[in-house]
Design a protein around this ligand. Structure first.
Ligand code: M6P
Ligand code: ZN
Length: 185
């Protein structure tokens, strides 16, 4: 069991001052396949700074994400997105910088899209896959916390996609249906 700890988080960059962190960096090569168009290269799309705790349902995992601005075709940079391996585990996000959209979808295709902006808290109930999208010109930075044994199931999203995509339209960010989405049988 962990002992009490504290950490300083830079709200603009998401950097955490703790030595005890695991950093996940994802480049265009790493996220190839999530956009309608292919993408390649070593450019960073996002980084996740994790303060890992034991993977128990009595603990809370905590992390920050810095999602860089950019687009692949007309689609904004976004995270891979995942269900929790333990499906009913919930999560909260608190945006500290930038603007984005949070896409949430159930296995049966029910979809909710919410805004992310500094001070916005988004609650992701168990059973809802989640993906964040940076629709602004600056990094989208948010803090996340979720039940310790949740785990990440990426395979389902890789296979089925999300029901919607967020693209740059003439009036700004626009949510459109994803024709490649494969509904649960
Ligand atoms: C949030 C949390 C993390 C997640 C990260 C990036 O910070 O939900 O658990 O890892 O976003 O999203 P993904 O894992 O889908 O790439
Ligand atoms: Zn999650």
């Amino acid at each position: 069991m962990p002992t009490p700890f504290a950490a300083q988080i830079d709200l603009l960059t998401g950097a955490i001052d703790s030595a005890e962190q695991r950093v996940v960096s994802r480049t265009l090569d790493d996220v190839n396949g999530i956009f309608a168009r292919e993408c390649h290269g070593s450019e960073l799309v996002y980084e996740v700074f994790n303060l890992d705790v034991p993977e128990l349902n009595s603990e809370l995992q905590t992390c920050t994400t810095r999602l860089h601005p950019g687009r692949v075709g007309d689609e904004y940079y976004m995270t891979k997105g995942h269900f929790h391996e333990v499906r009913d585990r919930s999560e909260i996000y608190l945006t500290t910088s930038g603007v984005g959209r949070l896409l949430m979808a159930t296995a049966s295709g029910e979809t909710v899209v919410q805004e992310m902006a500094p001070g916005t808290m988004n609650y992701i109930p168990g059973g809802w896959a989640h993906r964040s999208v940076n629709v602004g010109d600056e990094p989208l930075v948010f803090f996340a916390s979720y039940i310790g044994d949740a785990g990440h199931d990426y395979a389902t999203i890789e296979k089925r996609g999300f029901p919607v995509r967020v693209v740059e339209g003439t009036d700004g960010p626009t949510v459109v249906a994803n024709p490649r989405y494969v509904a649960d049988a």
